[in-house]
Design a protein around this ligand. Structure first.
Ligand SMILES: [Zn+2]
Length: 123
């Protein structure tokens, strides 16, 4: 599972952070996850809860902010939101890397990130 390896990296960073600052208790961790990563937020939270058990950050929660995709088109110089597919099988429209203006392939400038934004803690 892709989510599991990502979350285990995040938990490791949080544990390093806690150790370096002698933090008593971590309440929660907020992640910024790009829409183009196709990571499932519920899966991330599920893995987090499982992985922090028996660690110094046990009981903390994971919150996820979804970062919308942005693309830049090298063909017509469009910049902004990508074209979305209305996928009947998925709950939300799926971002594509197709230019909404000229229909050619674009490059994503935002939406691939997966990083810790904030860590809420008590010292
Ligand atoms: Zn274009």
């Amino acid at each position: 599972m892709h989510e599991l390896s990502i979350v285990s990296g995040i938990v490791e960073s949080v544990l390093d952070f806690v150790e370096a600052r002698e933090i008593k208790k971590v309440l929660g961790v907020r992640l910024a996850v790009g829409e183009l990563t196709h990571l499932e937020i519920e899966q991330l939270q599920f893995c987090y809860t499982a992985l922090v058990e028996q660690t110094a950050v046990q009981g903390s929660t994971l919150e996820v902010d979804v970062v919308p995709a942005r693309v830049s088109c090298p063909h017509c110089l469009y910049e902004g939101l990508p074209k979305y597919w209305e996928d009947a099988l998925s709950m939300a429209p799926v971002p594509t890397l197709q230019c909404p203006q000229c229909g050619k392939a674009t490059e994503a400038t935002q939406g691939h990130e997966c990083a810790i934004k904030t860590i809420k803690y008590v010292t």
